[in-house]
Design a protein around this ligand. Sequence first.
Ligand code: DMJ
Length: 676
Amino acid sequence: MYSAAAAAAATASPPRRDFISVSLGPEEAVGVGGYNNSKAWRRRSCWRKWKQLSRLQRSVILFLFAFLAVCGVISYTSMGEPWKSLTNKSLDDQKTEAEIPGLKLANPAVLPAPQKADANLGDYPELSQQKPPKLPHVRRGPSNLQIKPPRRDMRLKTRHDTSRVVEEPVQADKEEKTEKSVISWRGAVIEPDQSTEPPSSKVKEPEKPSSVEADDQKEPVPITERQVAVIEAFRHAWKGYKDFAWGHDELKPLSKSYSEWFGLGLTLIDALDTMWILGLKEEFEEARKWVANDLVFDKNVDVNLFESTIRILGGLLSTYHLSGDSLFLEKAKDIGNRLMPAFKTPSKIPYSDVNIGRGTAHPPRWTSDSTVAEVTSIQLEFRELSRLTGDEKFQKAVDEVMKHVHTLSGKNDGLVPMFINTNSGQFTHLGVYTLGARADSYYEYLLKQWIQGGKKENELLEDYMRAIEGVKKHLVQRSQPKQLTFVGELAHGHFSAKMDHLVCFLPGTLALGAHNGLTADHMKLAEALIETCYQMYAQVETGLSPEIVHFNLHAQKGHKDVEIKPADRHNLLRPETVESLFYMYRFTGEKKYQDWGWEIFQNFNKYTRVPTGGYTSINNVQNPSNPEPRDKMESFFLGETLKYMFLLFSDDIDLINLDKYVFNTEAHPLPIWGPA
Ligand code: DMJ
């Protein structure tokens, strides 16, 4: 049977076919005679029909199929989600109703209820606490040279992320925080880290080293040229120590010999974690062998509690964390136990000296006083030792000191005197206040213990905040002619414009506090003070700072801001300014801090480097043609100064990440306590 259209098509001229016809042959008509419904027959018949169509007809049909297929896919994806959520929702509703019969949720909660800020911070209504960001763990060290590359993009991203978090809090949080918080220098607000255990309950289970827990998948990247220069300087210093002072406390690079203080290989132990961080595998392995075979604490020798805690105990603990090598923990336990007799005093304020072989302790010969900075700057190390060993006694002893000092009278707006009596437990020599020698690290450790313990020990924070207010009120002044902000001293009501180089730890500590959410004006003060510390180098003939400076309070023609007395013009290769430059660079990214550090580094090389190996302290920073070498390389030059230089010249925030580690006062990084 032919359709009319087919007939018309047959008679019409063949090339033009702008219509569709369907032609059915008699044998193809359904239900007519010889009906064959087999699959093969149907396939053949369809194929024949398809072949009979014109090319245009086939194209149109194919196009229609394709169009329908695309529409199908699009509508499936756009309908899928609503369908899914509808399905889930109805399932959830069913579940709720099934589990809690009779309960029908009219308005399910969308936001969690706002949390109250910590009530104990009531004295500081401007403070609430901040939960530190969760950061990836890093594993590094000489074995695989996990020195990270400059990662400016990453650092900037981190900063950006932090500020964004602050700028866009959920509404509920926003309302709550207006009451209790101040905006920090970056706009951060402090919140409690709920996951961190309080120190008292931390000392239950022995802990693993942080490096063992670490898992870092990030690409290792090359170090900077300035870092390479620091490695070269370290190797040069190490060569001198190895050649002339191996296993002894300090190198005397000019006389090519050594000096002994405790007879415990002080420089070697102080330098262990620096070698790890700098990636000096060979040197590290050699030093490790010495620790394993030759470091013996069972010696009839008097050591200073503070110095051996920050250099030896701190150095061993930090090396244990970085390397994961239990040798260092064993040695740390040994020295920690041997130092404990120092706490057996009537007041529990420790004596300054301990005989680590005999287990006896005593104050200095001329007094029963201890130095305030010394008894309050051993806490990070002993607390960590408790956490690692599960033995509470270390932490208990040092926490008691802090609690006692917290309650003492004799402070001046949070500023402490320099001495404390081991019998009475009272401050002595009242009325003199300094951020320099004998008091300095008291302030540093208030903040750092608070950070170490997860920002929960409010007494520490209170004392720190009060003290910084005291510094601002009594000790901060400006010099002439350059208006440099400096921290002087107060003696019985009289201000002295004297500032120790030691005080230059303060800008770094203030910046660390601001990074952890404290107020913006701490960061402002840090910025002003680090400029001053830099000027203490830049205004001097050798470009190196003296031990002490006096600032001019009144402009005098031809006088600089900084005056130096003949007795104070030595330089001991101290780290404090470089330490603060490191913090400032980490937290601001301002290149000038690296450049200032580079100047200082070059001047150390110019005036203190001894050609046969090692670096030396000098007697006269004002005489470039003869700086008068003193023939001594302090252990902190390797433990601190070069380590902070190396970190300062790095753009990698994960090279000892400051949200994971806190440096002790001898630059040994210890982990910030994580969740239990
Ligand atoms: C180091 O032993 C420590 O940094 C301590 O806190 C102060 N003195 C020296 C460095 O100057």
